[in-house]
Design a protein around this ligand. Sequence first.
Ligand code: NAI
Length: 362
Amino acid sequence: MANQARIYFDEDGDIERLRGRRVAVIGYGNQGKSHAQNLRDGGLDVVVGNIRDEYAERARTDGFSVVPIGEAVAASSIVLLLIPDEVMEEVYPRDIAPSLQGGTLLVFASGYTVAFGLVRPTETIAVGLLAPRMIGVGVRERFLSGEGYYSFGCVHQDPNGDAMPMLLGLAKALGTLKKGLIEVSFRDEALLDLFNEQAFGPAFGRVLLTSIDVLIRNGIAPEAALTEMYLSEEMSYTYHKMAQVGLVKQTHFHSQTSQYGAMSRGIRYLNLGLDRKMQRTVDEIVSGSFAREWSKPLSRLKFRIIRFFAFRQKINKLEQKVRRRLRLPEVAIDAPEEDVQTLLKRPEIRAELGEFEGYLEW
Ligand code: NAI
């Protein structure tokens, strides 16, 4: 039988455990802003630690006391790290580790950096994970509506033995226990997150693009094809219904013809070989090889090139045209300007791009 996760709900958390303790929210971006505001509304003493930038200004405008990162860490017994994962490897040893007091509870919103050894907190620090399954804006909106949001989380190390009640108090103050905190380790959270991005997302994207292509080749107008496949938001309703009533049961909301067609033709798509490809992705994530690859400077260059070409795929132009015809608001493509031709002259970069040969036009 598969592992069964422990799940924490509202009755498992006690905000009183946090009274008299200062909470440092490091970063005031997507998640930092919502976390800081939810915790303040929960009556907690919150200080924002931030570098001098527009985010710091925003936090001040929103009425928070904003101090340099090290200062916020030193003055708090709970520290929420809400800066991008990509900068943590550099920021943690320089601005955070030296200011941490013994007994501090350090909370991450993503398992990535700890799971892959990019950040290694010392053993005297309690370390927890509270990773929202929700974008930052949703964390705030669902706190205000009282609906809550799911999170994955755990205590990773606990030198004082009180990290779990503190983490649950924090989870309650944030509003996530209203929905549920599912116990998931740092490694598993990173696997879930990366798997969704690297396996499900691209496979789903490919199905979508192939469908659009096949429809257009069969004489369907692009306006109709894009509306059918995603612009109507009909698919997102279906997804919503899957969450509400169940994956198969939501078919009740569709006609008998739709149900028969989907069920009888579904068999053709059983053996796409997806499981083998997805297993390869899992292996790369779990072994740390993806994290090592992404940390290499060469991968940043590779990223710039593939992103450049991704924004130049013909679907972007087609979509813009269709949006205009449907009177949808103009959304700029924002294609990054890159001197890719110079980058592409470097043999080590060409070697990295081997598997794209024949797919990208350069
Ligand atoms: P973000 O990109 O919105 O973070 C911006 C903040 O980071 C700003 O306060 C900025 O001053 C600070 N920052 C940027 N570069 C910095 C540097 N070099 N040194 C110091 N501070 C710097 O980040 P976001 O998206 O809120 O992510 C924060 C954490 O939440 C990450 O661990 C992420 O994985 C996690 N998370 C994010 C979700 C999302 O929807 N964005 C969802 C779930 C988890």
